[in-house]
Structure formats: structure tokens, C-alpha cells
Design a protein around this ligand. Sequence first.
Ligand SMILES: O=C(CO)[C@H](O)[C@H](O)COP(=O)(O)O
Length: 224
Amino acid sequence: MLLTQDEKKQAVAKAALDYVESGMVVGVGTGSTANYFVDALAGIKHRIDGAVASSVATANRLKERGIAVLDIHAVDDIGVYVDGADEATRHLHLIKGGGGALTREKIVAAVSRQFICVIDDSKLVDVLGQFPLPIEVIPMARSYVARELVKLGGNPFWREGFVTDNGNMILDVHHLNILNPCELETQLNQITGVVTNGLFAHRPADVLLMGTENGVEKLTVSRK
Ligand SMILES: O=C(CO)[C@H](O)[C@H](O)COP(=O)(O)O
């Protein structure tokens, strides 16, 4: 019988528990796959020191399941960060931010020693960019940033009515040809008013766990 997308997400979320060691502080992402991870983490909550959340929604879910939520300022070492993605390549470069939590996700990933990305196999692509790239912008800069994105060949859409946990706005950029994700990540961050873009190329995942019909596949890249 074929697995549903949710069953694949549940399977990778559970597999990510293998990277959680006793006494660790665990970084937790945002979205439906990360939610399954929170549910799985609840089963071993007494073995960990607590969790750092990448969004208010995730913090609430962690608390509801009795997992201690720690302030990132009170933590100097996050052993592992587990989060989903909207798209991933075999180089472990990602597009994230479908849920609008990209900035806090990038911060928690930056602080973490290891980033385990959990996806179902519909998210694996050869070239990033089929999924519109989310960009968090300071509200005052929205129109200016949109015009600059058009100059880069993108087609930005304002995610109207959505406010990030940081009080900012999201532009979802269609039709970007992301052949060099590192270069584009840097270039987009140079636009005045951009807070963060959803490309995770300078800090890619360390391990990609992918839920497939045949079980969980593990992808890694040697970066030496
Ligand atoms: O980046 C994200 C939220 O900002 C999510 O990781 C991404 O949108 C994937 O979500 P899901 O696990 O629900 O498919």
C-alpha cells in the first residue's frame, strides 16, 4: 500500500530522534514535519535538557507536550536542529520559509552544531526555485524590495495579511532561476530592507532525511 505524504513526514520525524543525545538542547523547526518531530520528541523529553523553538507556534506545541522551552540567550550549545524544508537538493541546499518562520529558523540553525533536515521525497529537486522563495522584509521596504527583485528576474508576491513572529512581511518570489544558491543568498541579503531570505546554502543541512516509499533515506555531502 502506498504511503501518504503525512506518513512519510511522520517516518522521517521519528528517524531524526536518532540524532538526539541524552542531555542535549534540541533546536526545533516549524511546519507539519517539525510538528511530527515535536510529537516524537515528547516520548524522550526526560532525556533532553530542553528545546529552543524557531517560532511561537512551535514553542506552544512543545509546551503543550510538556517539553521545556529554553530562551536562546540562555543556551550556548544547541546539539542538534531538526526542521523541514520546502525544497532540498542533493547538495543539501534548501528553500525554507513556507510557514514564514525563516529568520528564526536560520538563527537556530546557525547556533546548532548539526542540522538534520526532514522531508518527504516530493521536496527533493535538481534545481531550487520551483517553490517560490520566501523573503522576510521590513514593512516599510516592501515595495522597494519588490522592485529590486523584479530587476533580478523574480516575480514577487506579497503574502498579504501575514505578519512574521518578528513583526515583518513576506514576499514570495516566483520564477527565480537558482543555479548558484550561495551567490543568490548573499545577493538578496544585500537589498536594503531584506531581513532574511529562505535560501539555506551558506548554512545547508548536514544530514537530509527523506521519507520515501521504501523507508527513510539518508543523504549527506562531504564538504572537505
Ligand atoms: O520552512 C518552513 C517553515 O517556515 C518549513 O520547514 C517548510 O515550510 C516545510 O513545511 P512542512 O514540513 O509543513 O512541509
